[in-house]
Design a protein around this ligand. Structure first.
Ligand code: VGL
Ligand code: ZN
Length: 209
């Protein structure tokens, strides 16, 4: 067992991000068995859950005349518009039914404010509003984060960057993630993570220590 000071952070393994969902990530479901196997080795397991109200400002449908995947400017900066996804209380917002992490302790829901998106599990898109995850990990004595899930270039990327900024040793397990990859966003994501010292690893390296 990997000791409690290393947290496995499982990002957004939800139906809407898997094939058949409204914002399906190619191969998104393939991370489930990989994460289940990895998860058994971790004492500290935290899940994030994208959790938007109807009419969320990141939905193209909330902006007349706009289409999904267009870029707009919101008060806090640029925002990609998405198809409606992960609406609170819907089946699309539920975790993938085969995700098997019964010992997970915490679910961080994010993006629940209508006017602010949140790719990161730590900090919302205005870069000011905290989800509380940083303080929670600090109080639990967590010093290391292993990050997996969906999507590599959005929520995994932003969560990993904020974990590194919070001073955690941060690893992303590549084969336990899948990407959306819009206009080179995946290459950019790995470069951004690397610049902050995030380690891109395989499952074996994530299980050392
Ligand atoms: C995500 C786009 C919109 C993600 C969430 O989980 O990567 N991407 N909301
Ligand atoms: Zn979202």
């Amino acid at each position: 067992m990997i000791d409690e000071r290393t947290a496995l952070i499982v990002v957004d393994v939800q139906n809407d991000f898997c094939p058949g969902g409204s914002l399906a990530v190619p191969g998104g479901n393939e991370v489930v068995p990989v994460i289940n196997a990895l998860g058994r080795r971790f004492a500290t397991v935290i899940l994030t859950q994208d959790w938007h109200p109807p009419g969320h400002s990141s939905f193209a449908s909330s902006h007349p005349g706009r289409e999904p995947f267009e870029l707009i400017e919101l008060p806090y900066g640029p925002q990609i518009l998405w198809p409606d996804h992960c609406v609170q209380g819907t089946g699309g917002a539920e975790f993938h039914p085969d995700l098997d992490l019964p010992h997970a302790q915490t679910v961080i829901r994010k993006g629940y404010r209508r006017e602010i998106d949140s790719y990161s599990g730590f900090m919302e898109a205005d870069r000011k509003t905290s989800t509380g995850l940083g303080g929670y990990l600090r109080e639990r004595g967590v010093t290391r984060a292993v990050i997996v899930g969906l999507a590599t270039d959005f929520c995994v990327n932003w969560t990993a960057q904020d974990a590194a900024k919070a001073g955690l040793e941060t690893l992303v397990v590549e084969e336990a993630c899948r990407a959306i990859d819009l206009d080179g966003s995946l290459d950019r994501a790995w470069a951004e993570m690397a610049a902050l010292g995030v380690k891109r690893v395989g499952t074996a390296a994530a299980l050392l220590r």
